[in-house]
Design a protein around this ligand. Sequence first.
Ligand code: DGL
Length: 261
Amino acid sequence: MIGVFDSGLGGLSVLAAVSRALPHSDLLYLADTAHVPYGEKSDAYIRERVLRIGQYLAGQGCQQIVVACNTATAAAVAALRDALPHIRVVGIEPGIKPAVAASKSGRIAVLTTESTARSERLSRLIHQHAGPVRVDVVPCPGWATRVETLKLDDPGFAGAAARLLEPVLAAGADQVVLGCTHYAFLAPVLEPIVEGRARLVDVADAVARQCLRLAGDAANRHGRLTLLATAHPERLQLALAVLNLGQLAARLTGPASSVDV
Ligand code: DGL
């Protein structure tokens, strides 16, 4: 079985890609909705949550764990790998590399949580891949929480997002990296803002390809999906309909349920 987790609903964007790449794997998704958002928490807090969830998923029989959260990957993927050396751990990091490769203007922007924005891992990633391309890191406080409410068409939010992005777009950024898995669900709001000037960059499919490479026997099971949440499982269930994730709904073994981790 492959375990996939996030602070909340954002990781469903990665789960959808994993589900497409691995149609016959058994998947277990855990949304840590009792502790969302991670992006405003300390590294120590995030690490504790990641280790607990990792142990839980391993205990449920997951041989592979996908950290479907940039914030958790930046703060704790190394600790998780140390704690669970027998588990294949796949993390997610903002797509700096593909954005740099695609940029013609020599300037890109990366949208992240506050925690990822200040992380050493992001600085290292930029240092490794940016070369001469200028990278503007744009922290987006409150955006993950916006997705959690499932109220994505609020015109007030579209205005606030446009104001946040305008300076980097005006400065010439032609690639806008979605550096938080929640932000994939904001693409319908962000597309019209960047249209004609920049492209949104999401790496969920690249993560799914990495999962497929590592899956081994886990690729050939029953194709079932189980959804768990540490709070509000009904909202996780509702998210499948609101976020157009019918392909995930089709794999479900039963309704999303609550878990105490
Ligand atoms: N979805 C998460 C990420 O990719 C974090 C959102 C949050 O909990 O702040 O960074």
